[in-house]
Design a binder for this molecule. Structure first.
Ligand code: KG4
Ligand code: ZN
Length: 338
C-alpha cells in the first residue's frame, strides 16, 4: 500500500457547486469549501449550463485557495489531485478538469479522475470511519438514480437505474408545478411534513416484476393531471397533501427496490448517497425496513449528501491506492458510465 497519510486535493464542478477539499489519508477532511450557485439559477427554476460554467470559472481559484488556507497547507504540500471527470455538464466539468490538470502538471503530482457517483458513494467512508465494502448502494440525486453492487472500493456493478427522470429531477419538476420553488427536493420534504400522504393515491411504478430499474416521469404527469382535474372541478388542490402523497409514492418504490436488491445480492449493509439521501421520509422508511430485515444502514450527513469535493478526494485516494492514475489527456465525459 502507498503512503496512507497522503494529502489529497479534491475538485468538483460537475453541476452547480464549485468545490475544493483537502483530505489527510482517505477519510480525514481538513477542509471542504463549497461555492453554491443555487441563488444564481433559482430565477430560472433550474441549472442553466452556460451560466454554471461562467460561475465555475470565477469561483474555482478562490475556492481552492480557501480550501488550502482552511486546511493550513500550501499547494506544495499536496501529494495527489483528484477531480470529477464525469458525468455532468460538459462545460462545468471542463473548468475543474483543466484546473486539476494544470496544477498536477505544474506541481508534478499524480492526477486521478473520479466518477461523480463513485464520489457520492465515498461520502459514506468520510462519515462512517468503520465502513468497508462490500455493500449495496442507492445513489439518488438530481441527475442519477442507481442501485449499485459495490464489491470493493473500485468495483461497481449497476443493478438498476432510472429509465427517464432521476428522483431529484422529479422532485424539482413537481415542486415547480406546485409553485414551491427551486431546488424542489427540500421544499417538498418540508411541505410534506404538513400534509396527508394518503390524500392522493399516485400510481407506484414498479416496472417489470423483479426489475431494479426506476421510472419517475409517469408520477410527474400524474401530479400534473391531478392538479388540472382539481382545477376543472373548480377545486383548489392542497399543496401540502399533494407534496406528501407524491413523496410517499416515490419513496415507497425506492425503498422496496433497494431492499429487494440488498436481499438478492446477499448484502448485509445498505449505503445511501446523493442529494435525495437528505430526504427525511426516505431516511425513515429505509431505517424501518433495514431494521426489520436486520440490515445495517448508512447515510452521510446532509452536507455530504449534496455535491462536494471531499467525497471526490476520498474516491481519488482509494483509486490511487489501487494503482490507478490518469495522464494529461484525461477528458470530460458528460455521460460517463460507472
Ligand atoms: O447530489 P446533488 O447535490 O446533485 C446532483 O448530483 O444531482 O442532488 C441535488 C438533488 C436536487 O434534485 C434536490 O432537489 C435533491 O437533490 N434534494 C432532495 C432533498 N434535498 C436535496 N430531494 C428530496 N428531499 C430532500 N430533502
Ligand atoms: Zn451529485
Amino acid at each position: 500500500m502507498k503512503n496512507n497519510k497522503l494529502i489529497t486535493l479534491g475538485i468538483e464542478s460537475s453541476c452547480d457547486e464549485t468545490s475544493a477539499a483537502v483530505l489527510l489519508g482517505g477519510r480525514e477532511v481538513l477542509s471542504d469549501v463549497i461555492a453554491s450557485q443555487i441563488k444564481v439559477h433559482q430565477v430560472f427554476g433550474g441549472v442553466v449550463p452556460e451560466i454554471a460554467s461562467r460561475h465555475h470559472l470565477n469561483n474555482i481559484n478562490p475556492v481552492i485557495d480557501s480550501a488550502l488556507k482552511e486546511a493550513g497547507i500550501t499547494l506544495r504540500d499536496v501529494d495527489l489531485i483528484g477531480v470529477t471527470y464525469g458525468p455532468g455538464l460538459v462545460g462545468a466539468l471542463l473548468i475543474g478538469l483543466a484546473t486539476a490538470k494544470s496544477m498536477a502538471y505544474a506541481l508534478k503530482k499524480p492526477l486521478v479522475g473520479v466518477h461523480h457517483i463513485q464520489g457520492h458513494i465515498s461520502a459514506n467512508y468520510i462519515e462512517h470511519k468503520e465502513l468497508e465494502p462490500p455493500f449495496l448502494a442507492l445513489v439518488v440525486s438530481g441527475g442519477h438514480t442507481n442501485i449499485v453492487n459495490v464489491s470493493d472500493y473500485n468495483h461497481f456493478e449497476v443493478l438498476g437505474r432510472t429509465r427517464d427522470d432521476a428522483a431529484g429531477e422529479a422532485f424539482d419538476k413537481v415542486a415547480r408545478v406546485l409553485g414551491l420553488g427551486y431546488p424542489g427536493g427540500p421544499l417538498i420534504d418540508k411541505a410534506a411534513k404538513e400534509g396527508n400522504p394518503h390524500a392522493v393515491e399516485f400510481k407506484r411504478v414498479f416496472l417489470e416484476k423483479d426489475s431494479l430499474d426506476f421510472s419517475f416521469s409517469g408520477i410527474k404527469t400524474g401530479v400534473l393531471n391531478y392538479l388540472n382535474t382539481q382545477k376543472l372541478k373548480g377545486l383548489q388542490a392542497n399543496v401540502n397533501d399533494t407534496a406528501a402523497s407524491f413523496q410517499l409514492a416515490v419513496m415507497e418504490v425506492i425503498t422496496a427496490k433497494t431492499i429487494m436488491a440488498a436481499e438478492r445480492m446477499n448484502k448485509d449493509k445498505v449505503v445511501v448517497a446523493g442529494g435525495v439521501a437528505a430526504n427525511s421520509l426516505l431516511r425513515q422508511m429505509l431505517k424501518e425496513e433495514c431494521d426489520r430485515k436486520g440490515l445495517a444502514l448508512y447515510f452521510p450527513s446532509p452536507i455530504l449528501c449534496t455535491d462536494n469535493a471531499a467525497m471526490i478526494g476520498c474516491a481519488a485516494y482509494y483509486k490511487y491506492q489501487s494503482g490507478q492514475e490518469d495522464d494529461y489527456y484525461l477528458d470530460a465525459y458528460p455521460n460517463l458510465a460507472l
